[in-house]
Design a protein around this ligand. Structure first.
Ligand SMILES: C[S@@+](CC[C@H](N)C(=O)[O-])C[C@H]1O[C@@H](n2cnc3c(N)ncnc32)[C@H](O)[C@@H]1O
Length: 424
């Protein structure tokens, strides 16, 4: 871990200062050491250059740890399957089998072979749309990085985005994940690729990070948020540590896609499943967001292995569907409260309100006036009104009202602005 990050780190449990006891270091990095919280006495360590800031109170489903060792054990116990995987010509392997073969070479730390295989396997597993949609988001993030400040990447996994950043920019990067196993793999991988010099590795849970409030200028995540089980208030935590901007590569299912929505429900992660849900989740956690670089992609279920029984790749999608890839560009809205409390000067500015806050105020307005107000409003404000006042059937009411003069709509807007301002 580069020493420059010491000043950005606090105790992930209580956010108090850390006392550092460095046991081994070189000019740039801490190699081995301890950081003790001056308040709650929790201890964290830097081991072989990897900072480990995990807390005990959060559950952890480390698929990497289980996956790698389980696969190794499986191959040792099933040599005929191992032999078939190794001896079948590569062009005859389906995407999943090719992926498992690549994983084997990665386990052996033969990164030159595994990288080439993963690249080819990717093309067999994912649709062209999926690959292009995802790639274009990573390019967008890189174009929008700010200055020379280090980039902190959340839930980095194998780090497709990080690899591009290190290759295409001069920035320092911190890869983070709650799995020390994957960080260890990353350390060796990036060393082998000659990209380790500007890289630091810190293990922590994105729901409880060890960063000081307002300390990060460039925060990124590449499909990380949607991979967090029970994400809870993760974007609130990311809002706490960000000084300015967070860019998250995401994909969304359509809100009418019930089958996949049920799948996300099963994983307890619906907060980022659709664009509408993600917008609401980010807004409620103090972010002002822009959905950028939208790319609609047709995607297909990933293949099952033909050699290793029951081994698949991704649990999503379960049938052909269309998803929207994009980057959520989120800016910290200094103190969200003022946006709820600040006076508004036009009806459209209600877009900054949470639906629940609006619901309270609109309880004082007649149903017919709410519907008429919606008739002169933008689609975004219309959606907000529908979310805020769920018991109005806007389509039915509009048909009954027919047409309304603009002057009347404007008059209602003015009255509602005055009412809202009087209640803030
Ligand atoms: C599939 S990867 C995302 C892709 C990756 N960012 C990339 O650029 O290649 C998801 C990673 O999130 C990590 N993860 C899951 N839950 C987490 C959490 N609560 N905190 C930190 N990392 C988490 C997993 O260990 C996994 O490595």
């Amino acid at each position: 871990m580069h020493k420059q990050y010491i000043k950005m780190l606090v105790c992930p449990s209580c956010h108090k200062e850390l006392e550092w006891h460095i046991q081994e270091e070189n000019e740039e990095r801490i190699i081995n050491g301890k950081a003790c919280c001056s308040s709650c006495n929790s201890e964290y360590e830097v081991k072989d250059e990897i900072g480990v800031f995990l807390t005990s109170e959060l559950s952890r489903n480390d698929l990497w740890d289980q996956g790698e060792s389980a696969l190794e054990k499986f191959f040792n116990e099933n040599t005929e399957i191992y032999n078939k995987l190794m001896n079948t010509p590569e062009e005859e392997l389906n995407g999943a089998d090719y992926w498992y073969k690549a994983t084997y070479f990665e386990m052996r730390r033969d990164f030159a072979t595994s990288s080439k295989m993963f690249k080819n396997a990717f093309k067999k597993i994912y649709t062209e749309d999926y690959i292009n949609g995802w790639d274009s988001q990573m390019d967008f993030v890189i174009k929008n990085l700010q200055g020379e400040e280090p980039i902190i990447d959340i839930a980095t996994g194998k780090g497709y985005l990080v690899e591009k950043i290190l290759t295409e920019t001069k920035n320092y990067v911190v890869v983070t994940d709650f799995s020390p196993t994957i960080l260890l793999r990353n350390k060796e991988y990036y060393r082998a690729k000659g990209l380790y010099q500007r890289l630091s590795l810190i293990a922590f849970d994105a729901r409880k990070t060890p960063f000081r409030g307002n300390s990060i200028v460039n925060l990124t995540s590449n499909m990380g948020l949607q991979n967090i089980d029970q994400p809870g208030d993760v974007v609130k935590e990311l809002n706490r540590i960000t000084k300015d901007k967070f860019m998250a590569v995401m994909f969304f299912i359509d809100k009418e896609d019930k089958k996949h929505m049920d799948l996300f429900k099963e994983c307890g992660n619906t907060a980022y499943a659709t664009k509408e849900n993600a917008i609401e989740t980010f807004k409620n956690s103090g972010w002002q967001i822009e959905i950028c670089n939208s790319f609609l992609a047709n995607i297909k279920p990933t293949p099952e292995s033909e050699i290793i029984e029951g081994a698949g790749i991704d649990g999503f999608p379960i049938e052909d569907t269309e998803v929207e890839f994009c980057v959520i560009k989120a800016r910290k809205q200094e103190n969200l409260e003022p946006s709820v409390c600040k006076k508004i000067s036009s009806f459209e500015e209600i877009i900054n309100f949470e639906a629940s806050k609006l619901r309270e105020i609109l309880a004082e307005v007649s149903k017919i006036d709410i519907v008429k107000a919606s008739m002169g409003a933008s689609p975004q404000v219309n959606q907000l009104l529908r979310d805020a006042v769920e018991d109005i059937d806007f389509n039915k009411e509009r048909t009954e009202i027919g047409s309304v003069r603009i002057a009347e709509v404007e008059n209602i807007h003015d009255k509602m602005v005055a009412l809202i301002n009087s209640r803030l």
